[in-house]
Design a protein around this ligand. Structure first.
Ligand SMILES: [Fe+2]
Ligand SMILES: [Fe+2]
Length: 265
């Protein structure tokens, strides 16, 4: 490995306390094992499975994350809107109107290179938001002198693939989140952009996308709304991706991370 190259670890949605515990169990070892320079974590479900608070954000940063991204659950903890502007390494989806508090991207510097972490949200089977394609085109002029990492928080695989191809050659990496299920399609697109449709999640293995199985199951069986609870029992897994890029912002290596407490600890 070239010492000037930069290695990034991105972790999929942390699900509540179980997700935060997963980060604590694995992050230090992953950082050392893979010589990670920058850690990005999706925190949209990190507070009780719904949204994020300042104390949870602080805990994730203290555990070793450098930047925290979000998604459709960003406003679930309503108090966040009052202090989101003070969380300097927190990004919410950029494709909200200008008057919405918080920021859609943050630029950090590692080994003299600028890296911008941009959060975008899809519109298929998702809450109302502005067009993520046009939003990228709009902000690109502001961030094009950096390596651009995009956490594309979206449900539909087709939308994720379309956005990735739209960004090919402009973003350095486009990684999906939101489904909580890691996909097996990591690839370099024709113009060199790294793409993974979904990074997966960090939390309980025996769960329905991080939640105790009984409530979502009851919802399907009865059609009635249910209050979901984070699964906090059993084995945990850490899903994400590691990638490396060089001084020309070209991807030089990438591989998914899927480690579990039962297999590894
Ligand atoms: Fe999520
Ligand atoms: Fe989500």
């Amino acid at each position: 490995m070239n010492d000037n190259n930069i290695r990034v670890l991105f972790a999929g949605d942390l699900i509540g306390k179980a997700g935060r515990r997963t980060l604590k169990i694995f992050l230090d070892d992953l950082r050392k094992e893979h010589n990670i320079d920058l850690v990005i974590v999706n925190g949209e479900n990190s507070a009780s499975g719904h949204g994020i608070t300042k104390s949870v954000y602080d805990e994730i940063i203290k555990t070793g994350a450098d930047v925290v991204t979000a998604g459709n659950h960003v406003w679930d903890m309503k108090e966040l809107a009052g202090y989101i502007d003070k969380l300097d390494k927190f990004v919410r989806p950029s494709n909200y109107p200008d008057e919405v508090p918080g920021k859609g991207y943050v630029t950090v510097e590692v080994k003299g290179q600028k890296i911008t972490v941009l959060n975008l949200m899809g519109r298929v089977f998702m809450p109302l938001c502005d067009c993520p394609f046009q939003e990228f085109d709009r902000v690109y002029e502001e961030i094009k002198d950096s390596f651009i990492f995009v956490d594309f928080h979206a449900e539909a695989t087709s939308e994720k693939y379309c956005l990735a191809h739209h960004l090919d050659g402009r973003a350095g990496a486009v990684v999906g989140t939101h489904t909580h299920v890691q996909t097996n399609d990591e690839q370099l697109l024709p113009q060199g952009t790294l793409f993974l449709c979904d990074a997966g999640m960090c939390g309980a293995v025996n769960s329905i996308i991080g939640m105790k199985p009984d409530r979502p199951l009851k919802k399907y069986l009865t059609g009635m709304p249910q209050r979901y609870e984070v699964q906090d029992k059993g084995d945990l897994f850490f899903n994400g991706i590691v990638f490396e890029f060089d001084q020309n912002r070209s991807i030089t290596e990438f591989f998914k991370i899927n480690v579990r407490t039962d297999a590894e600890k």
